[in-house]
Structures are given as C-alpha cells and as structure tokens.
Design a protein around this ligand. Structure first.
Ligand SMILES: *Cc1c(COP(=O)(O)O)cnc(C)c1O
Length: 427
C-alpha cells in the first residue's frame, strides 16, 4: 500500500503538534510505524488520505458501536447545528439523555454530563472524596481511567503501599494518595484496605479491563469488591467509559449483576462527539455543586450537538436483538482469529466480552497487568503491520481492545479472519 500522503502529513504535523498527534496512542510508536491520516469513514470502514480502505476495529477507540456515519445520527446532528452549537445554558436535550442513561443503568439515580471520560473519572473521585471525607483512592494496575493526576499511577515496584507517578509532572504527594492493587486479585485489595483502615474513599475499577487488552473479571472479583466496599464504607466506582452501552445496554454491571455506588461513562454515550458522564446514588450525587459543596463545572458540558448524537445513538441501541446480533458477529471474528492462529501453529490467548476482544500474543492466560505485560509485543507489532497492509485497521498496541460494530458484515469478518490467517503464517 502507498502511505506517502500520510507520511508527508505526519512530518508536517510534528512541526506544530507535539509528536504529531493530539493523543499519544495515535502515533503508532509501539508498532514501529507511522500513523495514517484519516480522510473519512463510513459503516465499518475508514479511508486514509492516500485513498486506502480499511475495515476498522478501532471505532474511534470505542464510541462507534453503530459503525461510522449512521444516517440517523448524522441527520440529527446536522439539524441540531442549525439551532446553535452551544448556549452555556440548560436545554431539554440534557434531560432526555440523563433520563435515558438512568433508565439504562439502574444504579445511576442522578447523572452529570461532562466532555470526556477523563473528566468523568476525575470528578467522580473528587465526589467520592467529598462524600466520605477520606483522601485515598484505590485503583488497579493496568486499568486506565483517563489522565488526571490522581489516576495516572500504577504499581510501584516492590512497595505496593504508595503509588508511583506514571508521568513526570504528577506530584509524588498526589501519587501517594493512590493505592494500586492487582486486577482479579481480591486479596491484594483486602490487604491495602486493611493497611489503610478508614482512609480509602473509593475503589475505581474497569469492570472489564479494556486498557491492557481485554481482561474479563474472574468469577467473584466484582462481587468481592462490592462486599468489601459495603463493609468498609468505601464508594465503589465502576469506570464504564468503555464497557457502558458496549457489552450490554446497561453495561458490565447489567452483564455481571453487580451494582456499584457510582458509574462513569463516555465514548458510546457521545455517539462520536465529546461526552462523558458520571452518576450514582442520589445521596452522593446531590453533594455536587450547586446542590452541594463539591465543585465541578464545564463550559461545554451537556453540549447540544453531543447530547443529540448520544440520544440518537442510544435510541438505535434499543432496537430488537441489537446486542445479540453484535454478540454473534463478535464471537465469529474473535474465534475465527484464534482458530487461524492455532492452525498456523502460533497460539494466542484470545479474550472476549461481547464486542470487545483481544488476541494476546501469549501462550499463558492473561488475567492482570503482569500477565498482559508478558506478551510478545514484537510479534504483535509485526502482526499489526501485516494486517494494516491487508486492509485491516487494528489498534496499534497489544494492550488495546478491538471493537466490533453492528455495521461489520459477515464478509468483512471473513476478510479479517483470512488476513489474520495469512499474517499468522508469516510470523
Ligand atoms: C477511554 C477511557 C477513559 C478516558 O476517556 P477520555 O474520553 O479519553 O478522556 C477512561 N476510562 C476508561 C475505562 C476508558 O476506556
């Protein structure tokens, strides 16, 4: 394939934008190549500036569950634009989307809209701290909750008690308040909570970890967190920015039947426009300004274009058999890829929950960050480039989730499996 225009644009972009991209994962650094510049997208396909066509499994990193440019979403947004792009004042659209979210996710009694997943999680932990009067938070190694200071922390080697910042610029004093436990390991959580008795405000977790590849929760893990939080007066936050409306209309909490105190959302509820949301028990949410004292605000929060895209998207997700259909497509492609790897004598560890899946380049099971990090990332990088050249657009990292949309046809999925079979044979 000819990528010359993308190569040219990337050189230009690097002059004006740090690293040439507005979000680091877009740079394709971990797979040893340069990013494609995208011109447009439609259904399951995206097209780059050189005119190459790809079957897309990134879906803008999760939002595009309907595929790109669903005609109903596009036409609703187009007519919303005619009414004005932003007012900084309440609109009826915000009530509509809030009600839809509350109906979909029963643990959410009240909800506030923001403009990104990062803002949602950042605000949720502030509220949990305000509600409990405690400063510490607990997260899991390998779980990503956006890039706010308190959450940009994973396990420090050895001393598990105090977090170590993942990035320069995150003060050590902030990181100290973030405890890091091991995903799928309840004991690691119990130990930290016991060592920090009455100091932990919240446990924030991706109920299906989707930012270290796709790592499902083990039986009893989420239930154990629920029980521990109830006993210790800790606010349990499910970060469903990725899994919300993705694995079921009511998210992972519907799928597993475990009820958090608070939930963060993003990605799909914006239908491709910038939206995040956080919600939960009335008792907690009513502490938010202006009904309570915990401050949180946003010039573009509840933006009418974004609300419109969200409302139209959620309406379409309610159509009969939507999630069953998506489940079948996803099972087909994920198992097809795993089988292709096996046939080529290149075993992978395949994981999937609904339309989230991952091919881990590992012979061993992956259930936490350490087992994910043991994958053969060099082989993955080669696989990624082979797939790209075959017209399959995957996320440019071993530690990302692949997303199937309702727009992917059986033919698209067969092409993907055939490309994977060829790629595994040449690894
Ligand atoms: C994407 C993501 C975020 C961050 O959302 P942004 O909109 O990128 O700020 C937070 N949590 C999870 C689980 C995510 O997948």
């Amino acid at each position: 394939m000819d990528y010359s225009r993308s190569v040219h644009f990337f050189q230009e972009a690097q002059k004006f934008i740090p690293g040439g991209v507005n979000s680091p994962v877009r740079a394709f650094k971990s797979v040893g190549t340069d990013p494609l510049f995208i011109k447009n997208a439609s259904g399951p396909r995206i097209y780059d500036v050189d005119g190459n066509e790809f079957i897309d499994y990134v879906g803008s990193w999760g939002p595009m569950i309907l595929g790109h440019c669903h005609p109903k979403v596009i036409s609703a947004v187009k007519s919303a634009v005619d009414n004005g792009c932003s007012f900084g004042a309440p609109t009826e659209l915000e009530i509509t989307l809030a009600e839809m979210v509350i109906k979909a996710v029963p643990s959410i009694e009240m909800v506030r809209m923001v403009s990104s997943g990062t803002e949602a999680t950042m605000s949720a932990i502030r509220l949990a701290r305000g509600f409990t009067g405690r400063d510490k938070i607990l997260k899991f190694s390998g779980c990503y909750h956006g890039h706010s200071d308190s959450l940009l922390v994973k396990a420090g080697s050895g001393a598990a008690t105090f977090g170590v910042p993942d990035s320069p610029g995150v003060p050590q004093d902030f990181a100290k308040l973030t405890l890091t436990a091991t995903y799928n390991d309840l004991e690691s959580v119990q130990t930290l909570v016991a060592e920090n008795k009455n100091e932990v405000s919240c446990i924030i977790v991706e109920p299906i970890a989707g930012n270290m590849g796709t790592v499902p929760p083990k039986d009893g893990f989420l239930e154990g967190l629920r029980k521990l939080c109830a006993e210790e007066g800790i606010v349990l936050i499910f970060d469903e920015v990725m899994s919300g409306f993705r694995v079921a209309y009511g998210g992972a909490q519907e799928l597993y039947g475990v009820t958090p105190d608070m939930t963060t959302l993003g990605k799909i509820i914006g239908g491709g426009l910038p939206v995040g949301a956080f919600g939960g028990k009335k008792e907690i949410m009513s502490l938010l300004s202006p009904s309570g004292g915990v401050y949180q605000a946003g010039t573009l929060s509840g933006n009418p274009l974004a609300m419109t895209a969200g409302i139209e998207t959620l309406k379409l997700l309610q159509s009969e058999g939507f999630y069953q259909n998506l489940e079948e497509k996803s099972a087909y492609v994920a198992s097809g890829i795993a089988q292709a790897a096996k046939d080529a004598g290149f075993p992978i560890y395949s994981t999937r929950v609904g339309s989230m899946f991952c091919a881990f380049f590992s012979k061993e099971p992956v259930y936490d960050w350490t087992s994910a990090a043991a994958c053969d990332t060099k082989a993955f990088a080669k696989y990624f480039r082979l797939m790209l050249d075959a017209g399959i657009y995957l996320a440019p990292s071993q530690f990302e989730t692949a997303f199937v949309s309702i727009a992917h046809s059986t033919d698209d999925l067969d092409k993907t499996i055939a490309a994977a079979a060829k790629a595994f044979k040449s690894l």
